[in-house]
Structure formats: C-alpha cells, structure tokens
Design a protein around this ligand. Sequence first.
Ligand SMILES: NC(=O)c1ccc[n+]([C@@H]2O[C@H](COP(=O)([O-])OP(=O)(O)OC[C@H]3O[C@@H](n4cnc5c(N)ncnc54)[C@H](OP(=O)(O)O)[C@@H]3O)[C@@H](O)[C@H]2O)c1
Length: 332
Amino acid sequence: LSKYKWGIIGPGSIANQFAEALITSENGELHGVASRSFERGEAFAKQHQARVVYDNYQALADDSAIDIIYIATPHSHHFGVAKMCLQAGKNVLMEKPLTVNAAQTEQLIALSEEYKVVFQEALWSRFMPCFVQVKRWIEERQIGEVQYITSQIGFAFGGDPKHRLLNPNLAGGAILDLGVYSVSLSQFLLSEYPDSVSAMGCINQYNVDDNTFVNMRYPSGVFSQFTCTIAAQCSNEMSVHGKTGSIIIPAFFWNGGKAILKKEGQPDQYLDFPHQVNGFEYQIEGTMDCVKKGALCSDVMNHQDSHNVMQTLDEIRRQIGLKFNDEIESLD
Ligand SMILES: NC(=O)c1ccc[n+]([C@@H]2O[C@H](COP(=O)([O-])OP(=O)(O)OC[C@H]3O[C@@H](n4cnc5c(N)ncnc54)[C@H](OP(=O)(O)O)[C@@H]3O)[C@@H](O)[C@H]2O)c1
C-alpha cells in the first residue's frame, strides 16, 4: 500500500520535531520540503530524508506528487501560505494559532470546502490520549459538576529581540503563541464556546503582549481562567475543578504526559501517557485519516472549533490592545 506523501513548508524549529514523528509513520512519508533558502531546505531534507527540495513555497504547493502539506511558518504567514496550498488543491495541516484573526480562518475554511481538501489545525494536544481521557473523566462526572478550569502557560523569555515571539511583524506575543492552548483545550474539555470574555494584558516595548490574564465564562456557568506569559516562569499546569474532585494535568500540560484524578475520600489516580514518538504522531495520523475518509477536518479539532478559538483570541486582543500591521491582518 502506498504511503501519503507529505511536504513541509517552513523548515524551522517545530518542523524538525514534526519530521521526526513523520519518519516513523506506517502511513505517510516526507516527500518534499520548501524553504526560502535552498541551503536550509537541503540541510533539512538530508536530515529527515525528504526526496525533493524547493527554494520557494509555491513550487512545493504545485508538486503533483504531494498529498498533504504541513505549514510551520510563523503565524503571521499562515494565512497567505495556506491560501496558496488550498488553492493548489492540497490537503493542509497547519500549526497553531491557525491564523492571525478569525476573518482569515473563515476564508481558509471556505477554500477547504470549495476545493474539498482537508484543512486541519495542528493543535496537537487535542489529538493526544491524555486529553481524550480527561474529557472522558469530566463527561463521566468523576469530579462532579465542573466549576472552573485554570491554567498557566509560558516562560521567562529573555532572548533575542529578533525572535518571532518579540516581533509584532511576525504576530509575536504570548496570547497567540501560548494562550491559544488554554483557549482551545478549555473549549475541548467543556464542549462549549465562551459567551463572555474578560482580559487584561501588558504590551511590552516591542509592541507584543508579555503577560495576559483572561477569564472566560461558558453558557453552562462554568469558567476558565488562564495566564499566558513570555516574561515570567510559571506552573505550566492546567487543572479542572468540580464539586467532588479535581483533575490536574501537570507541566507541561499541552504535552499531555500525565493526568491525576483527585476525588474526595479516595486515593489519587495517576495516569502516564508516554508518547510513541514525541507527541506529533497523533495529529499526523489524524490528518491522514481525514484524507482517507474524505473528511475536511477531524472531529477532535473541527472547523467550527478553530473558528471559535480565533474569535475568542480576536476579542482578547481587542481588550488588551494588541493590534498587528495591516499586512498580516489582511485577507489578501
Ligand atoms: N505544536 C507545537 O508544539 C508548536 C511549538 C512551537 C511552535 N509552534 C508553531 O509553529 C509555527 C512555527 O514556529 P517555530 O518556532 O518553528 O518558528 P521558527 O523556527 O522561527 O520559523 C519557522 C520557519 O518559518 C519560515 N519563515 C517564513 N517566513 C518567515 C519570516 N518572515 N520570518 C521568519 N521565518 C519565516 C522559516 O523557514 P525558511 O526561511 O527556511 O523558509 C523558518 O525557519 C508557529 O506558528 C508556532 O506557533 C507549534
């Protein structure tokens, strides 16, 4: 049986981890890589056994041998690159946050429907067994009626002012890069969309958000509260609190390595979820499964959910005053 042929656009830091997982797949293989620099593309291809290298992204989108493209550029470039790939009739798996704003996501979903190709957000945690188990515990009412979720995500990121996290022209800052996990995983665990959002944040000297604090209320009355930061060390833990117990997902929660169920009057239940490779394998298989079934996206991270996450992020950005330049916010 032939394997699905993948292409990678933007062979940077996360694309390396993605390629390490792909090489172990029985159903897919890395066919091509596209970089803005042929040398960078060639080095990546050599390391991860890709057959072809392109020095521009359009050429990879036009390669008829490729079935699925993984897009791992900075978020500022997600929309334009995904548009190009979908219009070339390619299935797409794209890194989080899906786009810079909800209007861009809407347009890409419309293209996925028009060209009948997969358009999948790579919010990898949602594909992991850990989060499936935690969701099951909540649905089984193991902790009684859920009252609230709380999470912290981030790092004291000193570093290079040219790094994408500190660059507003690459849609830097904490909320889009890190806060997206708290928004998306709360939505996943509660199976609800927030009906009210209240956010405060501080914008640093680079004009991106350093620390952002958010409260989200859901129609059932449950709350999710989170802090995301690129300026402080934090717990990187998520916990779900109910009337008769709680669930802890220890650091680094979005990696889905462990979950602890704590119930009143009972011993704690610890579960370990060692990854088969590095955690990227689940979304890789999930995306190929969509292609095989002819689905446009996976049930665990569907288009409506991705769109709602982007609407929530738009509202948080509006409240904290985080605006990017017209070029990266645009629909062109
Ligand atoms: N799932 C996860 O755990 C996870 C973790 C980290 C990041 N991410 C997401 O993955 C995406 C990439 O993050 P990363 O940390 O891998 O980024 P990165 O290493 O800084 O950049 C990725 C690649 O994008 C390409 N690129 C295209 N236009 C660019 C521009 N104007 N400036 C800089 N690079 C540009 C570059 O490749 P060429 O120049 O060679 O084409 C670069 O190597 C982000 O959206 C991020 O949110 C996900």
